[in-house]
Design a binder for this molecule. Sequence first.
Ligand code: PLP
Length: 394
Amino acid sequence: MPHAVPAFSRIGEENAFAVLAKAAELQRQGRDIINLGIGQPDFKTPPHIVEAAIKALRDGEHGYTAATGILPLREAVAVDLARRFGVEVSPELVMVVPGGKVTMYMAILMFGEPGVDILYPDPGFPIYRSMIEFTGARPVPIPMREENGFAFSAEETLALMTPQTRLVILNSPANPTGGVTPHAEIDRLVAGLARWPEAAILSDEIYGQMIYDGLSHRTLLAYPEIRDRLILLDGWSKTYAMTGWRLGYSVWPKTLYEAARKLAVNSYSCVNAPTQFAGLAALTGPQDAARAMVAEFDARRGLVVEGLNRLPGVSSVTPKGAFYAFPNIAATGWKAKPLAAALLDDAGVATIGGPDFGVHGEGYIRISYANSRENIAKALGRIDAFLRRRPPPG
Ligand code: PLP
């Protein structure tokens, strides 16, 4: 019997997909399920973006492209970064990839090996740890704390660094907590990183345009002193409701760009051409649909936080970004994963247990508010009834 190499016994998962499948199966059986589990906008991709892809196909744009993406799209990314942040990025350092995930996959593969440490946020996007373990590197969790608004603490992050640290993964605004790290804290973190010149930085900024309460997003690209070791992860999935198109981009230091390009050539060759034209229309066309989505998420955020704080035994800090709330459920007496499972089975509401995002996620569940206001209100009502009806097991 053929066996894959042992590394595959260490590779992990993203449980949100398993919950999505389970919710779909229950729906198929005729159950009424409200999905607050999956992290994708519930809006349609704006029509002008869809039309651009259709036009590209009609125009015969169906062949391979450069592995790093079509030049107009890489140029548009550079213009967009200049418009949003006033930073100068050469299109030569921009790489178009099939989804945000691919950048983290490449970056972790480039630095992970036995004997080195990689720091990552916990709770955090589960693929960070999964890929770190796959490479044989030691995963070093950076705790994201509720009392800190689930922001990074520069002091705590820097205290975890050692001469073995090869990569530090940052994510703000964050999944699964909605935490946003304040500018001053990022300043302190970057200042401290000067002591660790051997460590590369992967900044996952995929929720950078989903930020509330008048806050602005501070990109790590804004710090020239780390540009030679910074990998930026961004993409279209969340901002333009394009999760299924599979389109993202990275900005690489010059020294790593060739390695990333070769990984692309060795795996997927290039992102499908019509999707790249859709991405171009997204960046160069009107931004009102993207802004309207953020305004709607903001309104729902208010409903969700207010509703969660009214549930017995539940409290939620106000998330400052993304489209997730991460309520503390410890006082309900339930452990997080059994609670998420019972909410799905018994109350018909899909959520994700905090431990699916790391050991520091115990005591919390993730609620995605990428669902209609009506469904959110209904789901909160169901959770309320459930908590009053069902005592915790044991
Ligand atoms: N990074 C974070 C923090 C995410 O939450 C996600 C998706 O949920 C991704 C990256 C991956 O995005 P994509 O669907 O474009 O691969």
